[in-house]
Design a protein around this ligand. Structure first.
Ligand SMILES: C[S@@+](CC[C@H](N)C(=O)[O-])C[C@H]1O[C@@H](n2cnc3c(N)ncnc32)[C@H](O)[C@@H]1O
Length: 215
């Protein structure tokens, strides 16, 4: 059964979002279906930030495999990496095509993933359910409070996405500044969480990386 709910009548925040009419976001589902069909973004290797943060902040305290949510997880490179290490992973994404590829990869790797097709601008995340929440290269600010609430006490949020200087660097990443983080924005985005590590980098990509814990 799906662990992510669509908003109900008593949940006013996301319903407001539903009434806005056409959404200006270039991030949504069908556009991504198209991109995945064209072979774009079918990344296989986990992002180095996941590997480093896992080593430093997650593996040391871990006594048994636990529950993780990969938000807008695409074709599943991070979900699969965690599932291979015994994590029970839910991958939520709007793209049917991306999820189909994640399913194919999971079958091939003989690991189980819970795959949920959702537009995350319009979905409720369960509260207090996850030991680890990942967000890589996806920015939906309205989801920030729900990401923090979805963590169990002691749970960790890993968040990495593009920042404004990416515009000057080249062709990858969103071209619309609304979908790029401002300076210091990600560090301030989760006031209820304890920041364990934060940095902004400009290299091949311009990104911010956050590790934060629910105390
Ligand atoms: C750049 S890809 C990143 C995929 C994955 N996080 C990774 O790093 O490999 C962005 C992902 O966000 C998903 N996405 C975009 N808008 C979405 C929305 N409104 N709800 C859910 N997923 C969305 C796309 O389908 C796509 O898989």
């Amino acid at each position: 059964m799906s662990t992510l709910r669509r908003p109900g009548r008593s949940e006013p925040g996301p319903r407001k979002a539903q009434r806005r009419g056409p959404d200006p976001s270039p991030q949504g589902g069908t556009d991504w279906d198209q991109r995945y069909r064209q072979g774009a973004h079918k990344w296989r290797q986990p992002d180095p930030f996941l590997l480093a943060a896992y080593r430093e902040f997650i593996a040391p305290g871990r006594s048994r495999p636990r529950r993780a949510l990969d938000v807008a997880g695409g074709v599943g490179r991070h979900a699969l990496w965690l599932a291979r290490r015994g994590w029970q992973v839910t991958l939520a994404d709007a793209s049917k095509v991306g999820l189909a590829e994640a399913r194919r990869r999971a079958l091939k790797a003989s690991v189980k993933l819970e795959l949920i097709q959702r537009d995350l601008r319009r979905s409720m995340l369960p509260r207090g359910r996850y030991d680890l929440v990942l967000v890589f290269f996806f920015l939906e600010r309205r989801l920030f409070p729900a990401l923090a609430r979805a963590l169990k006490p002691g749970g960790i949020l890993l968040y990495k996405t593009y920042t404004r200087p990416q515009l000057k660097l080249g062709t990858t990443g969103p071209r619309d500044p609304r979908f790029l983080l401002k300076k210091g924005e990600l560090r301030r985005a989760f006031p209820s969480l304890q920041v364990l590590s934060y940095r902004e980098l400009v290299g091949e990509k311009a990104v911010a990386e956050l590790v934060a814990r629910k105390v």
